[in-house]
Design a binder for this molecule. Sequence first.
Ligand SMILES: [Zn+2]
Length: 134
Amino acid sequence: MPKKNTVKKVPMRSCVGCQEKKEKKQLIRVIRTPDDRIELDPTGRSNGRGAYICPKKECLQKAMKRHALQRSLEREIPDDIYISLSAQVEMLEALPESPVPAGQAAADRSGTGTAPGVADGRAAPVISPETEVV
Ligand SMILES: [Zn+2]
């Protein structure tokens, strides 16, 4: 099979859960810092030994079962790392492909019985302040 030579080199890393190689930026990075702490590295640029995992529940579960992060980083992984990881995974999985207008999302939730999309009169603009998920 001929190998296509692309100009751009995308850094690839393997997920510790499914072992698949993915673009580094698609994965969550967990690092062992030089002072021996385990941290999540959202920037992907921190110093330290890194392990990578897909932002997927299955991968996280696989990694936990096999102690893959622990093995990869050669350190115990504190519980709160798993907690933050699963929080992050859930947040990323909950993200819609495209932003859904607030009114439509609300209609979806209460839309039992009424035909979806035909909500006349209740299309008041919802001005929501930016809700940051920490
Ligand atoms: Zn994976």
